[in-house]
Design a protein around this ligand. Structure first.
Ligand code: NDP
Length: 422
């Protein structure tokens, strides 16, 4: 059987997110929502708004500027240099179904520490003005969106060129959105890993530093809400880099093709929309009582514990299935696929307790902005359906991978995300 024939036997159907029409809708809706939300904060005081004129509608899409383009290029260049030349171990990813293995440089903590130190030193030395950078947030959003569109088109073409080795549906609209290539590379460097970790997460981290700095610059002090949101988010981002190699076992890297959905998520969604809380604090100055701040930090820590502990349990189990979990020898299930499934710890309570932890943290960050507007709740409002959908998609993928063994696992662990509830 030829490779092409083997591929077409397994050609997936364009059946996720409502198929090609859903993919087309999302390709339009994701950027529109991002521009709308940026505008809600930057131009409408943090409130939802309805356009009263064409001019107001068009103002939602800021023109790119040379300053923003220079910042974008400099940041991209810095991250690429740190990735390629920064010290760190090189690990191999999981083999693809065609036996290809990409190499990954695990030096994100070093790269983020250097980037954050440069940013803080630049701000302290008056070389970087946080307010001036944030004044370019709109043009930066436009540039990042254009970059995502071009990158998606290029990776779609790259995917079509090696279609016999890639998993795609053959429907151009759907494949543009979902991707037609698993691991596009420049040389040995996997673009998906680089853009998720070093652009998505690191740019989010840079904004989480710049926004409190801008508040300090503008008002001379830091609000409690800004402190809670930025410190919790920076904690989450640094934690991500500490455990950066875990990304190599995540669905994004091992299963999802790199198409518009992920390009846009890494370049725009994560840095711009995940910092809407801080953008809102800068625009609307919500107050947060100390006792509420403490409660939210406790909520964040509780969520973090569930999130990190559950992810570590699976990680440790994959390395050594005999290691104790919560002090006891883990219960496991053999499968025809050869890999075992864990039935103890968080993975015995629900099939995705890790999502519950993530959602708890997300809600804590949003609540810090008070109840004055729904805009800073965007992170939670989008994240909850995303994880609900992701759980269903992972369930379908696991059913494909494990067959009847997955049904047996689901019988033993009936809850999806929230133990004893859902
Ligand atoms: P998971 O880390 O939950 O991985 C799912 C995979 O784990 C399955 O495909 C299966 O793969 C394996 N698995 C499932 N059940 C078991 C079991 N009982 N025993 C052993 N292995 C099992 O998926 P994600 O990549 O979605 O999530 C990772 C983390 O990233 C989560 O904490 C999530 O909240 C977070 N996340 C954050 C996002 C954000 O925007 N902030 C977005 C998405 C995720 P296999 O058997 O092949 O190993």
């Amino acid at each position: 059987m030829t490779a092409t024939a083997a591929h077409s036997d397994h050609q997936p159907r364009p059946d996720q997110f409502g198929g090609p029409w859903g993919a087309l809708l999302l390709t339009i809706v994701m950027p529109t929502v991002s521009f709308y939300l940026w505008s809600a904060v930057a131009q409408h005081g943090g409130s939802l708004w309805l356009p009263r004129s064409t001019a107001e509608l068009l103002a939602m899409f800021p023109a790119p500027t040379w300053d923003a383009a220079a910042m974008f290029a400099a940041w991209l260049g810095l991250q690429a240099l740190l990735y390629v030349y920064g010290p760190g171990r090189v690990v191999e990813g999981r083999p693809t179904e065609h036996g290809e293995r990409a190499e990954y440089r695990i030096n994100g903590l070093f790269a983020f520490a250097v980037s954050a130190a440069l940013l803080v030193a630049g701000i302290a030395a008056d070389l970087v003005s946080p307010s001036a950078v944030l004044a370019q947030l709109g043009p930066l959003l436009t540039i990042a969106t254009l970059f995502a569109v071009v990158a998606s088109a290029l990776s779609y073409v790259a995917g079509r060129r090696r279609a016999h080795l890639e998993r795609s549906t053959g429907n151009a609209i759907y494949d543009f959105y979902m991707g037609a290539i698993l691991n596009p590379r420049i040389g040995r460097h996997d673009l998906k890993f680089f853009f998720e970790s070093r652009i998505g997460m690191a740019t989010w981290g840079a904004f989480a530093i710049l926004m409190p700095a801008a508040e300090l610059q503008a008002t001379g002090s830091l609000s409690t809400a800004m402190l809670v949101v930025s410190l919790c988010q920076l904690f989450y981002i640094v934690d991500f880099f500490v455990f950066e190699s875990n990304l190599l076992t995540m669905i994004d890297i091992i299963e999802e093709n790199l198409g518009f959905m992920l390009w846009f998520a890494f370049l725009v969604w994560m840095p711009f929309n995940f910092t809407l809380q801080q953008q809102y604090v800068l625009a609307a100055h919500p107050s947060l009582a100390t006792v509420a701040a403490i409660a939210l930090v406790v909520m964040h820590v509780a969520g973090y514990y569930v999130f990190r502990d559950s992810n570590l349990q699976k990680q440790q189990f994959r390395r050594d299935p005999s290691q104790p979990i919560w002090g006891e020898r883990p219960l496991t299930m053999d499968t025809a696929r050869g890999t075992k499934l864990l039935l103890s710890g968080w993975w015995g309570l629900a099939r995705h307790s890790n999502y519950l932890g993530d959602l708890t943290m997300a809600l804590a960050w949003c609540l810090a902005c008070g109840l004055g507007s729904i805009v800073p709740y965007f992170y939670f409002l989008y994240f909850a359906p995303l994880l609900l959908n992701r759980e269903r998609r992972d369930n379908a993928m696991c059913k494909r991978k494990y067959g009847a063994d997955w049904d047996r696992y689901c019988e033993k662990v009936p809850y999806r995300i929230v133990p004893f509830v859902y």
